[in-house]
Ligand binder design. Sequence first.
Ligand SMILES: [Fe+2]
Length: 289
Amino acid sequence: MTIAFEAIREDFGAVVTGADLRQELAPECFRQIYDGLIRHGLLIFRDQGLEPNQEIAFARRFNRIRIYIGNDKTKMKGHPEINLLGNATDENGEPIAFQNKVGIEWHTDGTGFSHPPVSTVLYCVAAPSKGGETLFASGKRAWDELPEDRKQQFAPLKVRYSYEGLFKKLTSASDASKTDLTEDERVRTPDVVHPLVRTHSVTGHKALWFTEAEMACVEGLTSDESQALGKEIVGHISKPDYVYAHAWKPGDLLIWDNRQMHHSTTPYTYESEVRLMHRISGEGDETPY
Ligand SMILES: [Fe+2]
């Protein structure tokens, strides 16, 4: 099996061929894929007919798997490592997946945790004919192309994130599982503070690294100042030139390096089309710096 990477753009993203993710990856194959993930930021594997335990085994090679706090209804039965996303329903028409019609907008995963994931895996089970894409943009490019005065302004900034705040926003906009965090879950998810500009622990590259929807404030700024700065950062991260839109096909598996990538989503015809994604998120072993 020869693994090859075909870049889809100059700044990030590659299609990987020669990898059958149903098999356990040999150490040298995993090393190639991990190196490719860091180099390209986003890897696309097509036509992978995977069982849940195969998805989980692949994701686990990159970091420990995070069992998400809350939303138990939208975790896969028997496989709580897998979060179901989309508008899929069971045989009684009850939603089984976490659907957020407004989208979380541009973000990077796990900013509300002390140890955010190295990577996130998304696997497509069902996709609408139009829309429901996942958008990607590189925080590294966004940093590299910032004007010098903004780099100096942003470099020392720290952002306070609230998982509970994000959870409330998402569940209030979702059709399924309108639940609050329990007291125990609240205690386990205190606010955290992370740098706005993250240094990649392997390459040393800097990247803008930000989730507007999870932000409580930028440390030292007022709420209004924080909101205004957040809008400016997201506007910069998501410039049309910076964005790749992935139109899903069943069997696609995507993994991204969460230390350098941002992502978002697009609407679709919720009433007449079905989208069902499996998401497996990780728990890294480093505090962003
Ligand atoms: Fe995400």
